[in-house]
Design a protein around this ligand. Structure first.
Ligand code: FE2
Length: 412
């Protein structure tokens, strides 16, 4: 069997990628295709790329109707920088009786010589290059002829649909809330909207690239610790909480670590969660669904080396709230309940408040939690009760102070 290997960043996967991959199969050039979303790129990037689970899910939904196309997390799961040579060698080991062929757009021919050990790569596996016609195609053939002469590479071209799209343009359109239906598959469009994937792109682009790399390393570990759904939720909380950190001038670093790790213990067996919660030591948060907060703080410390008490506290109390909630606690608490993909009660009012007034947003969220608990006949946790009454007092105090200030201003 002949297997086409097709890698890319896919941030997001767009109609051009889809057409290219489907056309290789339609032309009968390969029997199957393995689509490989990139992991951490070999050369440290100057710019941020979206977290792996988002990019993987967009590829997976696009080809869910086509059993001959498989999505692989082989590069995402690598600990070290991923080179095409290593990935192809690993896949060849996994499919020893099949012939592998590497599929690329023609732009790759220009810089393939600068890749990691290009001679070995080109000597071992043939390339299948998308031919989009025009002047560029003629140039590509000349470069290919040079490469074949110098390295013995086998390079073939196949006719690919001419779709001129760039993921950068699509990210910018999404950030401007422009429709994407003409540029990306329908499921990718729906996915981007459901997770508000690029809504806060400009803010997230302002985050230090080295912090983003640290977060990507954490995501890499969470890949096997959390279910895909739980990881997507954690990433949604990360994006939304970072947006709120910009609205309220709270440390993006603290917010990011607390948001990404707040549910890190949630997919452990309950017995393990409760064991970790006992070690953490808060007697009020040791059993059932409440244990994952303190258990998460313990794991954040042990497995991810987080020692900052502010971050650990926000993780501990993200489910129940707590007596004197800091802005960091409030951002994690509200973001967990109102991240973009949540739909369980009317969250618009909370989302509007969250950008302006964290006390108000936390109060509304606590009320939402209370009515949810009323419906399920679960008693409100004492921490939640205290959080509600303290925030109510704080809001009243702030309102009274404002009235005094307003009166003074009028008197002046
Ligand atoms: Fe959560």
């Amino acid at each position: 069997m002949k297997i086409g290997i097709c890698g890319g960043t896919y941030d997001p996967l767009h109609n051009g990628h889809e057409a290219l991959i489907r056309s290789v199969l339609a032309e009968g050039l390969v029997d199957r295709v393995i689509v490989i979303p990139a992991g951490q790129p070999p050369h440290k990037r100057q710019s941020r790329i979206s977290m792996s689970r988002y990019r993987y899910e967009m590829a997976a939904c696009t080809f869910s109707d086509e059993p001959r196309i498989m999505i692989s997390d082989i590069e995402i799961k690598k600990d070290s920088p991923s080179y095409t040579l290593d990935t192809a060698a690993q896949l060849q080991e996994r499919f020893p009786d099949d012939r592998l062929v590497l599929i690329y757009g023609s732009d790759v021919l220009v810089d393939i010589r600068s890749w990691h050990q290009p001679l070995e790569l080109l000597a071992r596996w043939p390339l299948l290059i998308a031919d989009r016609g025009g002047l560029q195609a003629a140039e590509s053939r000349l470069i290919a002829a040079d490469l074949s002469r110098d390295t013995g590479a086998q390079i073939d071209f196949f006719p690919a649909p001419q779709i001129d799209l760039s993921s950068t343009t699509i990210r910018n359109l999404a950030a401007d809330s422009q429709p994407l239906a003409n540029y990306v598959p329908a499921c990718v469009d729906a996915f981007i909207r459901r997770h508000a994937l690029y809504r806060w792109k400009d803010e997230l682009d302002r985050i230090d690239v080295s912090l983003w790399h640290e977060l990507a390393v954490i995501e890499h570990v969470l890949w096997d610790m959390l279910t895909p759904k739980r990881l997507l939720h954690s990433l949604d909380v990360l994006h939304y909480a970072l947006h709120l950190s910009f609205c309220h001038q709270v440390s993006a670093r603290k917010v990011a670590f607390a948001a990404l790790l707040h549910d890190c213990a949630k997919c452990l067996p309950l017995r393990e969660q409760e064991g970790l919660a006992r070690e953490q030591g808060d007697p009020q948060l040791q059993s059932g669904a409440l244990a994952h907060g303190p258990a998460g703080a313990m794991l954040a410390r042990r497995k991810f080396g987080i020692e900052d008490p502010d971050i650990l506290r926000a993780i501990v109390c993200h489910t129940t709230g707590c007596a004197e909630m800091t802005s960091l606690d409030q951002i994690i608490f509200v973001a967990d309940k109102a991240e973009p993909s949540r739909t369980y009660f009317d969250l618009d009012e909370i989302r509007v408040a969250a950008e302006r007034d964290l006390d108000h947003a936390t109060y509304l969220t606590l009320n939402g939690v209370q009515s949810f608990l009323d419906r399920t006949a679960i008693q409100m946790h004492p921490y939640t009760q205290t959080a509600v009454s303290n925030i109510r007092k704080r809001m009243k105090h702030n309102a009274d102070t404002q009235t005094v200030i307003d009166n003074q201003t009028m008197d002046d």
